[in-house]
Ligand binder design. Structure first.
Ligand SMILES: N=C(N)NCCCC(=O)O
Ligand SMILES: [Zn+2]
Ligand SMILES: [Zn+2]
Length: 325
């Protein structure tokens, strides 16, 4: 965004919010505005899953659920869509029968969007897609800090000999030098593992863990503060697997684990990241076939809304700093 005012969502006091095709938060499509500061992009891909399939339908379910979002975010005292141009860039069409090709396609499409100057707010898709997204982001920013909200580590090595799956993206990202290994955190981790070695491997890669139980015991403010300190002013990628939420808060996902965060805890930790330099983010693993009453897709839409607000606030703050006399 330079001089023109950002184009915001459809006015829901004039056009009922359930009317018309869904874009994220009823925002304009990218082709309607030309360029955007934040591009919301869907990646309908779920060929990397180890259990229940269906996350290929996640992005559109989140778009549908996001019709009820409103333009002012009181929790962050910001109107995200007025601070910067946010637009819906549609979907990246990835091959569902060839994971390697899909990974290349997602990388290339993300690279093109980032090349326009946009930050990405990606709606998955299974967690496999974080690898090509990180490749594209690291090409622009160098190795990035990673804040990974998930029940799972996603630093396993291979499944059935496959290197690119939803359980392996962050091990690949470390191996490829895409991540700043001094600032890697998992949040919300819980549930059974294959063995203790999983944790040892993860620690060796540089990850710190804030478990789901840690969040309960220590509280969201202390957790957010610790994360902010670890991240500092590094470029930050935030990856949110919706299964970080308890199945009561997100039943619509492929590998649910009991004992997770509430949606209130997740949203509050995110709000506590104000000031961090989020260069792109994703919300993945929404599988609407297992959802009820849009519980999961509503939670995911609010998650993406908070992330978008953080990004647009930071964009506006750095724009103001560069134009200050
Ligand atoms: N990324 C998600 N959602 N799940 C990874 C689980 C891998 C496994 O089944 O061991
Ligand atoms: Zn997970
Ligand atoms: Zn995951």
């Amino acid at each position: 965004m330079t001089s023109a005012q950002p184009r915001g969502p459809v006015d829901s006091s004039r056009i009922p919010r359930y009317a018309g095709p869904a874009t994220f938060a009823r925002l304009p499509r990218l082709d309607e505005v030309g360029t955007a500061d934040v591009a919301v992009v869907g990646v309908p891909f779920d060929a990397g899953v180890s259990y229940r399939p269906g996350a290929r339908f996640g992005g559109n379910a989140v778009r549908e659920a996001s019709r009820l979002l409103r333009p002012y975010n009181p929790a962050q005292d910001a109107s995200p869509f007025a601070l910067a141009q946010v637009a819906d860039a549609g979907d990246i069409a990835a091959n569902p029968f060839d994971i390697n090709e899909a990974v290349e396609t997602i990388d290339a499409a993300a690279d093109e969007l980032l090349g326009t100057g946009a930050r990405l707010m990606t709606l998955g898709g299974d967690h496999t897609i974080a690898l090509p997204l990180l490749r594209a982001v690291a090409r622009r920013h160098g190795p990035v800090a990673l804040l990974h909200f998930d029940a799972h580590l996603d630093t396993w090595d291979t499944y059935f000999g496959a290197a690119y799956t939803h359980g392996t993206p962050f091990r690949r990202a470390v191996e490829e030098g895409l991540l700043d290994t001094s600032a890697l955190s998992h949040v919300g981790t819980r549930g059974p593992l294959y063995g203790k070695q999983d944790l040892d491997d993860d620690t060796k890669m540089g990850f710190g863990i804030v478990t789901s139980a840690d969040v309960m015991r220590r509280g969201v403010d202390e957790v957010a503060q610790q994360l902010r300190e670890r991240i500092g002013d590094r470029p930050l990628y935030v990856s949110i697997d919706i299964d970080v939420l308890d199945p009561a808060h997100a039943p619509g996902t492929g590998t649910p684990e009991a004992g997770g965060l509430t949606s209130r805890e997740l949203l509050e930790i995110l709000r506590g990241l104000a000031g961090c330099r989020i260069v792109s983010a994703d919300v993945v693993e929404v599988a609407p076939a297992y959802d009820h009453a849009e519980i999961t897709s509503v939670a995911a839409s609010h998650t993406a809304y908070e992330l978008t607000t953080l990004m647009t606030r930071q964009i506006a703050a750095s724009r103001d700093a560069s134009t200050a006399p």
